[in-house]
Design a protein around this ligand. Structure first.
Ligand code: HEM
Length: 219
């Protein structure tokens, strides 16, 4: 009983922390990129972004919508019968954010700061982001709620790369003063999403444990 209460409290605290960072990064991106004040653009890429304004604006704004909506879709309350229509509409907007954010993210990936290794990291992230979104949508269309939830956990873990990227960049600059920014940037193009995906898998395993094979199925 006490353990159950503690684990519920832990879940709520984690959800709160995730939502806090998601809202912070999404609002920051919307304000900075929506205001079109280029002084605040990522300085190393300012000229590239000015030359591909439609690409970066589509990306930053639509990905921010997904980042903002995501945490609320996981609330059990929003999946109750009386809120199901809201969950569906937010889900459609979320997926539209992924579609536009993913395609424009893939387009911007070939121009990323840090050259080839960063470009491959971001391209792979964009492909997996789109793929997990398609899987989540396809599963709910066929009525497989369990698989839909699992694919959405993977998908949001990738959406959350926007937060972890900026967190690791900040930490890298603060605690690795001898390492040049570009090296930190290339590293974060990978570690911003691979651990997120591993955590998502661990969460899925815990939440949806596989039935143990019985003697008759093990052979
Ligand atoms: C998860 C899939 C995502 C991919 C594949 C992706 C890809 C990219 C790429 C390639 C760039 C250009 C980087 C460069 O020029 O070096 C970029 C920049 C940016 N992305 Fe994403 N991104 C993703 C998610 C998000 C999300 C969810 C947000 C929401 C806030 C976001 C907001 C931004 C912003 C604001 C920039 C401009 C650079 C900056 O100010 O840090 N991205 N993204």
């Amino acid at each position: 009983m006490i353990n159950n209460k503690r684990s519920n409290l832990g879940k709520k605290a984690l959800w709160g922390l995730m939502t806090f960072f998601a809202i912070g990064v999404a609002l920051y991106a919307t304000i900075v990129y929506g205001s079109l004040n280029t002084d605040f653009f990522f300085p190393q890429q300012r000229l590239t972004y000015l030359a591909h304004l439609t690409g970066i604006l589509t990306h930053a704004l639509s990905a921010s919508v997904a980042l903002l909506i995501g945490p609320f879709q996981f609330l059990p309350r929003l999946r109750q019968k009386r809120f199901l229509s809201l969950h569906r509409w937010l889900g459609r907007i979320y997926l539209l954010g992924i579609l536009l954010g993913g395609l424009s993210g893939f387009y911007m990936a070939r121009l990323a700061h840090g050259g080839f290794p960063a470009q491959v990291g971001f391209s792979l992230l964009a492909i997996l982001w789109l793929f997990t979104g398609v899987m989540a949508y396809q599963r709910i269309r066929t009525g497989n709620v369990r698989a839909h939830e699992q694919w959405m956990i993977r998908n949001y873990a990738l959406t959350f790369a926007a937060v972890t990227l900026r967190l690791y960049l900040g930490l890298g600059q603060a605690f690795l003063p001898g390492v040049e920014f570009t090296a930190v940037y290339i590293t974060t193009a990978w570690i911003s999403w691979i651990p997120n995906l591993l955590i998502a898998e661990a969460l899925i395993q815990r939440r949806y444990p596989q039935p143990r094979p019985t003697l008759s199925t093990a052979s």
